[in-house]
Ligand binder design. Sequence first.
Ligand SMILES: *[C@@H]1O[C@H](CO)[C@@H](O)[C@H](O)[C@H]1NC(C)=O
Length: 331
Amino acid sequence: MFFSGRHRRTLTMTRAALVLGLVAAAAGSCFLMPSAPGAHAAPRRAQAEQLRQERVESSNSWAAPLLSLGAALGLVFSVVAAPAKAITAEQFSQLTYNQVRGSGLANRCPTVESNGSEVPVKAGSKLINVCFEPKSFAVEIDTDNGKEFATTKLTTRQTYTLAFVEGNLDPNPITFKEQDGMDFAATTVKLPDGEYVPFLFTVKELVAKGEGSSFKPGFTWGGEFSVPSYRTGGFLDPKARGMNLGYDQVVGLPAMQADGKSGQDEIFKETNKVFDVGRGAIEMEVNKVNQELGEIGGVFVSKQPSDTDMGAKEPKTVLLKGIFYGKVVNA
Ligand SMILES: *[C@@H]1O[C@H](CO)[C@@H](O)[C@H](O)[C@H]1NC(C)=O
């Protein structure tokens, strides 16, 4: 490359404040995205309640004519409208490709049916089939009241869940080291002002720890992970510039030749493509275990940087809340 500047940058997220977010996630309050939990909780709750009400009202006003139309045409409305049902890993394993295809089920994490009180972890165990399904996506934005997390609209189709993630698991403290699986998913959400925020949803190289030697309901654990660049070295921008491929600069841009002039920084950043590696953090709480099958399930809250357009933009902070699943196998 012509420019021998940064090739990697590290963008760090800390685990602080995620634990509090976890409580909100556990309570299922997906509309609430407190940046400073507690501070404005009451008005926000009222707002969220109003939002929920409006949603119910608007969905009812849609549903009524559709229902009568469906009845008139003799359609089975529920087939179209029914959300994907909760489904266990065992039920998943019995589905054929054609049953899963186009159903949205491939984007669902398995649920856990309670059995027993705890899943013990022995030295040299593995955690397999780990799945992370986000249920809400918030992005930190600047407002008149400082930084706040804004609720976003998901624009990615049903392809954003991480699945079949696995790694070693050891007790005292329980330590999971992520190694393999479908551990990243390119995802895009839309802010209220219409801005799109792409990010690579991931838990790559996660090291999650929690006190103890067995999973049981209420067990909390978490850790940090790496967030690779949303785009890879082979990416070419609309002017065919790239990191490993393509042009080094756009010759037609006169400002690039004007030395020492202001406004060059932005052009330089667009031109000098870098593979940013960020850091994210996740907190999880187990709420169901199946002792017989070694399964655990619960909720997670995760914070990670968004896309930087290969070094050209400052990353935004993305806050995800959702559910996870995993299966403990002892060696
Ligand atoms: C767990 O499942 C096994 C097999 O189905 C059953 O025999 C056992 O009673 C269950 N234990 C509990 C506590 O539900």
